[in-house]
Design a protein around this ligand. Sequence first.
Ligand SMILES: [Zn+2]
Ligand SMILES: [Zn+2]
Length: 978
Amino acid sequence: MPRATGRPEGVRSSSINAADILSGGSKATSRILREKDLWEREQEFEREKERWRREMEGMARCRMVEAKQEAGLMLDDEDDAWVPAEFENGIVSDDEEGGKAAEEEDDDESSSDESTDEGEGENRLYSKKPRRQKHNRTDDNAALHKEWARIAPDLLVAYLEHLAQEITHPADSADVHHFKILVFGADKAYQTVVPQRSEDSAAVALARIGCLPGHPTRPRVAFEIRGLEQHRQLRMALPSCTAMPWMKAVCQLSNMKYRESLRESFGLALDAYLAILRDVQKLVDKELGRDEKDWYAKYACPPCGNKLPGEKKMDPERMHASDGNESQKRLLNSGHTDHRDLLPPTFWISPEDVDKFADEVKRRDKGKKKKKTEEEEEEDDGVCPSVQTWKAERAQAEDVAYTAIFKQTGVYLCSCRHGIVEFIEQMIQSGEQAKYCLAVADRILEIYGEDQLLATDIGCSMKETIKKSSLGNRMATLRLRVVVNAFHGWAHKRECQLYNHPLFLKGLGIEDLEVCERIFSSLNGVAHAVRHASHFHYIQFITLHLDGLRRDKYGALTKFMRNNHRQSIKIIADNTKLLAARKETSKDYVSWLEDERAYYKALRKESPLDQLKTKYAAVRLDLEVQQLALQKFEATPARELATRVLGAATAPHLLESYKERERIIAYRKLTNLDKRAAALERDLGIERWDAKSPEFLAAQQYAVQRKLILAVQKLERLLVARLQELSRSHLRRVGYKERKHLAKAITRRGSAIRNAITNVNRLRAIHRPGAPKLSYKEVVDMGYSAELDVLKESSHDILHKPWMDRKNREAQTAFFKLERAKEELDRLHHEIPRMQDWVDKEDDIYDSAIERLRGTPQDSSLGVSPRGLAVYLEREAAARRIQNDEHRRVLDEIYRDKSYTGPRPPPTHVYRPRPRALAFRSSIATRSSPKDGMDVDEEAGMSVAPDDEESSSSEDEADEGGDDVEGIARDFGDLLVR
Ligand SMILES: [Zn+2]
Ligand SMILES: [Zn+2]
């Protein structure tokens, strides 16, 4: 009997005696049978396990392919992750011209993040041609990256020398060796001869002439730094433009054949270039005095950070918004052969710092797993539906797909209200969890100190989470406030809104705190580039895009303030007019709010006995309804009941059996309700209340009221959520997956809304028999606050409260909007001088740093060329000056606005357009024909006229897109000045 592998110990064939078998002893036989059975079952189990494993593998593969398709990677032939090993060579060496060179270069394909070692060995047997000697990609890459790291300091020196044009080539020196190399610029490829000193490596020699090699030691191609910079700039603005499309375009322009190896070399050169820039940035930060820890978190946004001496304190001091986004996923094991470690800039919160909070959250969540019935959920006043959804989605996110497929599942970020990112975290193998927000709160408390405000979409529950965490004490002493952001807030329960919605909170201005969503809409572009990237590239490219984003948002700061100023003025004007027509005073509106808060508080504080009584009355109500329904059902002939479902021509016996089935179902419901009523009676310690007793009638009336209010509120929430989803689904850049998700959500909401309407109608029928029924169409057309009218017909106390009346509620909203707009103006009166002060000083800071560097001797302790650093800084300063000039112009526009009542700069700082820019502008104006409508004489004046024609609601896009001739001339003028 052959021994099978994997057989459990203790079941041994030798333990069976042959004599036993021959003698036919029943004991032995049954033992054999038992053993055989066990053996078979075990085999079956093994087979099942194998089948299951394969299935899981297949699923994982499908998901992987799906993810790749989504990232657009499957469309290209060079996707080699799924190509069996035997074809791996074929892909790269199908390059006919100079196959050898290509193959050799291919040895260095380390930067190919998608490549994996999977499937080797197994497929080796079927290999069509002898493979090259097996090499370990991880080791190769480690060696390659080590080389890059070794030459990095030399590259930095050579790059800055190149910038300073300090390179001298002793042409006739015997020390100099020349080599030829193919160089790629941004739009052309050419061969060039590179002089190389004996002490320099080829890479350094290239860097001296403004190129970077595609390989640290054996470069075959090089890339102009200008081209790399162009690619970097493009990528900051359009993150989905990766190395491949760029290289394809360059090849097309220079009549070269695109090869995969070129992309890889370009990728390596780009890594080297970005590493140089990181080092330069460190030096520059030091020169500018920005090397203090967390400098960027504090001062990257001047309106938030540049506090002026003697200014009045604000509450909140600074507003932050945080949210998670699951687009920036990275597949597990992607680029697993790339072990480089990128020390991320300080605004990345490390996973270790995040995990400090992991246990705190888990501990408390455990007890809450109890599943709730729909009824209970409806009754549950404590938790907002958005929080419930959030929790459900998180739970779903913990599912296999995430942990098995993705390493990074997205990012969680925190930004100030102006959209300048303060912190970012990687979400690792999990959905959005409380720990990410806790880590952000921790940083906020640590860096910004007192009176901060943090908004998230589940602020209401997050507030409690932070309170109960180890941050609780600091939160209280430093008065950190946690709120819900505005649009998300409308989907929370009314009670939650009264405490957490920006509209009802003092000091928040007209800020909606939805800034993260706007950042994500731009950051989503990175998703494609990082999905299959190594961890190094993941951090590098997200950081690169955030740098671009920070630059853009800085440039838009004054426009943000100008638009907010205009908007606030308009809100004040509109709402003052609206409120003037009403008899209430501001005290009334505030007291309504207090009253409404008190109502919900009382509702929550209902004694457990009262709650039980209400619940009991509600169940009894349902029971009665069900009994009535059943009576009606019994009395109706089968034909009448069933023809609608089965058709008129159905045989009578079929109709009868249909009715019977339905009756059984109805009875079951009735029995369930009866059981629940009995259980509650036991809890309350009562006999079944008589349906006519006054106690029961009162409780029942209250129960109906309450159920009706809850039902209508639920309907309202669903309608708001639906409106939000509808508007999102029409967005242009919503991804395929998200569109699908939204479509599903909208359909789901559709049926949820129908159910909610049915519920409201049912309760209304009890409460006020004969009232007209609401229809789906009617409700959906109504918009979202009108349904409250439904409630007015009720006779209950609560429903007579002024704040339950729609008109009153609208007035109250107008009042709070007015209040918030006034606060916004106050905040702007802080932010505008801060910004003015910043732009006044910043250019000088740059200038003096540049001057200092220019005066530094070449052999200083700096270690690099001070002149080169000065040139770099000059470029940066020039770009910044363009932004600052624009800020001065917009600030001036604000000061000219008659409605502006805030502080103004001293007369010495009043904005004057640069004279040369003006000369350029007027020259353009003179050249254009007078019928263009440009008044030449006026144009030559000393000041720039404010863009009056811009509509007051002009958004950033309108400003950026609608550049007129004047604006372009202004920009050109700025260029001329430099
Ligand atoms: Zn809430
Ligand atoms: Zn800010």
